[in-house]
Design a protein around this ligand. Structure first.
Ligand SMILES: [Fe+2]
Length: 265
């Protein structure tokens, strides 16, 4: 497996006029798809350690949700990460698929989710938890989109109100990080009240076209919006990772896998 790159973003985070007393970093992992950089992901773990993060956020699709699900590398990675950092994890469409179709995939999701929870992973299935780093208070939300939002034909609409019904409403007491696997719905995430959305799913658009962006989404849309990078809308931000792995079609052109590091200033 080729190496990954580190992509760094800087954010001035505040809520209610207060902000952190000193800068700190967090890392964001997405779309590993059970790949391993070195034995048991030792290269990825070493790079994460180099960044000295205060927390690790995981945006889903860490496994491969196929007829023979692959979870070993993702589980081993979570085991190591939780020994050093608080880890907050949301599901992507691959985990969601395993959980929603036990008749097809058996108990694969139950085994996976119980295992990573036993390590101490905060697995957020349309749930939220508080996180304090220095003086900075966060609420971390994990939002799951139902299967129809990942279909190939047509776009299903989503509103901030629908998100509120699924997970609840953000209050004015903290900085709200929304782990939402699918980046296409930034308008709804912003409308709901996310201060920072962390998303993945598109794998950077598979092929990065210079000056244009990602070529294609997993739903086969050409030049999808939000295929990779940081986007800002009326003070709401979304960071989209091009992901760490791939599956089925293992193709990336001009589009290296990436580990995202976010510096909160
Ligand atoms: Fe995905």
């Amino acid at each position: 497996m080729a190496d990954f790159k580190v992509t760094r973003y800087r954010i001035r985070a505040d809520y209610n006029g207060s902000r952190s007393d000193s800068p700190f970093s967090v890392v964001f992992l997405s779309d590993l798809h059970d790949m391993s950089y070195g034995r048991e992901n030792e290269k990825l773990l070493q790079e994460i350690r180099n960044q000295s993060p205060e927390a690790v956020f995981v945006g889903g699709d860490m496994i491969v949700g196929s007829r023979f699900p692959r979870t070993h590398a993702a589980v081993a990675l979570m085991d190591e990460l939780t020994k050093c950092y608080p880890v907050y994890c949301a599901n992507g469409n691959h985990e969601y698929r395993l959980r929603e179709q036990p008749e097809k995939y058996g108990d694969a999701y139950a085994v996976y989710s119980e295992m990573i929870r036993s390590f101490g992973v905060h697995l957020l299935e349309n749930e939220h938890e508080k996180l304090q780093i220095g003086r900075m208070r966060f609420t971390v939300w994990g939002f799951e989109l139902p299967r129809e939002y990942y279909g190939r034909w047509g776009r299903v609409s989503l509103s901030g109100e629908q998100i509120g019904k699924a997970v609840g409403r953000p209050e004015d007491d903290s900085f709200h990080i929304l782990l939402a696997h699918h980046p296409a719905y930034f308008d709804a995430y912003a409308d709901w009240g996310a201060d920072l959305v962390l998303a993945g799913h598109y794998h950077g658009g598979i092929v990065r076209v210079p000056g244009v962006g990602g070529l294609i989404s997993p739903q086969l849309q050409l030049f999808p919006a939000y295929s990779r990078g940081m986007f800002v809308k009326q003070g709401h931000r979304m960071i989209v990772s091009s992901g760490l792995g791939s599956h089925t079609v293992r193709l990336r052109i001009n589009n290296p896998p990436e580990l995202v590091v976010i510096d909160f200033l």
